[in-house]
Design a binder for this molecule. Structure first.
Ligand code: ATP
Length: 399
């Protein structure tokens, strides 16, 4: 079946039996991004390049400012780099993919956009990048309305959506040269230096002369990131950047994301992997079935899920009895100890004379009952706990 593909530059093409998005080599003067959009979906006009040429994959859509545009250099620094209000996308077949999304991505954050497969993450990213039109609602990126201001906004944004499209027969370096050459704003005289710096940035300097088809998946992802980093970007948008990578490749991408964030780039990354978000992100939003369940700092989200009391003891049965007497519920008795839910009035701080259960008193009660306590404390709640608390479901943590 023929799959219709739309370049982030707005160019539409047919890709007969389109090969894997990660290794797509296509016609035209520059590689096409692997963004696949359903049949009949219009590409938003703002995503078109100034030249009308397809834009490089894994990189911002290069566009010249509209004549009336305020130069990017004088654009005010906005606190939220992405802000959506009531953003909604209903596909032509009737599928409500994104439903009234109010998202706020603070400048300087590493923002994890989390949700199971099919929850609307890619659809949201496509709307943010001006690749598809919202059905209703608004989206502002770097303080400007999308898709209308795409020509001003997109040169300041690096994007890696569904893996980079590379020419396998070209070296990593030559792939980047092609990307750079497709950018009408890029000075050819400084191209070699720009490409070398981008390769160095992602740790591919030593492998720059190797053909891209010989690259591992992780190296290909890094090359895609290098393409997105040929120009300085205020915002990086990465759709499932570690998808399909082995643990080593995942670690490499995570390290790179942290380094980029440390340099001041806001990073917005989607993932269905909770532990990934927890390891790399400062903020997160959780999507399910097109709706936003929650957003905030990762710490806030995790602490919204209450941790469980955990007591390590060689006397778990006695410990469970004492804890039960003091209102601890949902007790799980293990060989080496007991865990349980604290009553809502439990305090972890200093004793409250008004009387709610104090953890110190609880510990003392165990000791009084001759329970030998090896450790006593609250297990840290994870983002997964928060997600389960929000949805009542487990989460695909294994990927
Ligand atoms: N072009 C399209 N036409 C019709 N429905 C679509 C189209 N693209 C996505 N959908 C549907 O919209 C919903 C959200 O899909 P989307 O790809 O945005 O989710 P996602 O969270 O990015 O998932 P994944 O991680 O699997 O890509 C899904 O039910 C999907 O089947």
């Amino acid at each position: 079946m023929e799959e219709e593909r739309i370049a982030s530059g707005g160019g539409r093409m047919k890709a007969p039996g389109a090969p894997s998005a990660r290794q797509t080599a296509v016609r035209g003067s520059a590689p096409e991004p692997p963004t696949a959009v359903g049949p009949g979906e219009p590409a938003a006009p703002a995503a078109r390049t100034a030249s009308g040429a397809p834009a490089p994959a894994g990189a911002a859509v290069h566009a010249e400012p509209e004549p009336s545009a305020e130069p990017a250099a004088t654009a005010p620094a906005v606190a939220a780099v992405i802000e959506t209000r009531g953003l909604t996308k209903r596909y032509r077949g009737g599928q409500l993919a994104v439903d009234g999304l109010d998202l706020t991505v603070p400048r300087g954050s590493v923002f994890g956009f989390l949700g199971p497969n099919g929850s609307g993450k890619t659809t949201t990213i496509r709307m943010l990048m001006g690749l598809i039109e919202p059905s209703s609602g608004t989206a502002h990126v770097l303080g400007e309305p999308m898709p209308r201001a795409g020509r001003r906004v997109l040169p300041r944004v690096g994007a890696l959506i569904e893996g980079p499209a590379l020419y396998g027969f070209l070296s990593g370096r030559d792939n980047l040269v092609r990307y750079d050459a497709a950018d009408p704003t890029a000075d050819p005289r400084t191209r070699a230096a720009r490409v070398a710096a981008a390769l160095d940035r992602v740790g591919l300097a030593a492998a720059a002369g190797k053909k891209a088809r010989a690259y591992s998946l992780g190296m290909k992802q890094r090359l895609g990131l290098a393409a997105a980093l040929l120009q300085p970007r205020e915002l990086l948008v990465l759709d499932e950047p570690t998808n399909g990578l082995d643990p080593q490749g995942m670690r490499e991408i995570r390290t790179l994301v942290r380094e980029l964030a440390a340099d001041g780039t806001t990073v917005f990354l989607s993932s269905h992997l909770l532990d990934e978000i927890e390891q790399v992100c400062t903020h997160a939003a959780v999507m399910a079935q097109g709706r936003l369940l929650t957003q905030g700092t990762v710490g806030e989200l995790a602490s919204s899920a209450r941790g469980r009391l955990a007591v390590t003891t060689p006397d778990p049965t006695d410990a469970a009895r004492v804890l039960k007497e003091h209102g601890v519920t949902d007790l799980v008795v293990l060989e080496t100890g007991v865990t349980g839910e604290l009553p809502h009035t439990a305090l972890s701080g200093p004793a409250d004379p008004a009387g709610p259960l104090d953890l110190a008193d609880l510990n003392a009660a165990l000791v009084r009952a001759d329970v030998r306590v090896r450790s006593f404390g609250i297990e840290r709640a994870s983002l997964e706990d928060a997600f389960v608390a929000l949805t009542g479901e487990g989460f695909d943590v294994a990927g």
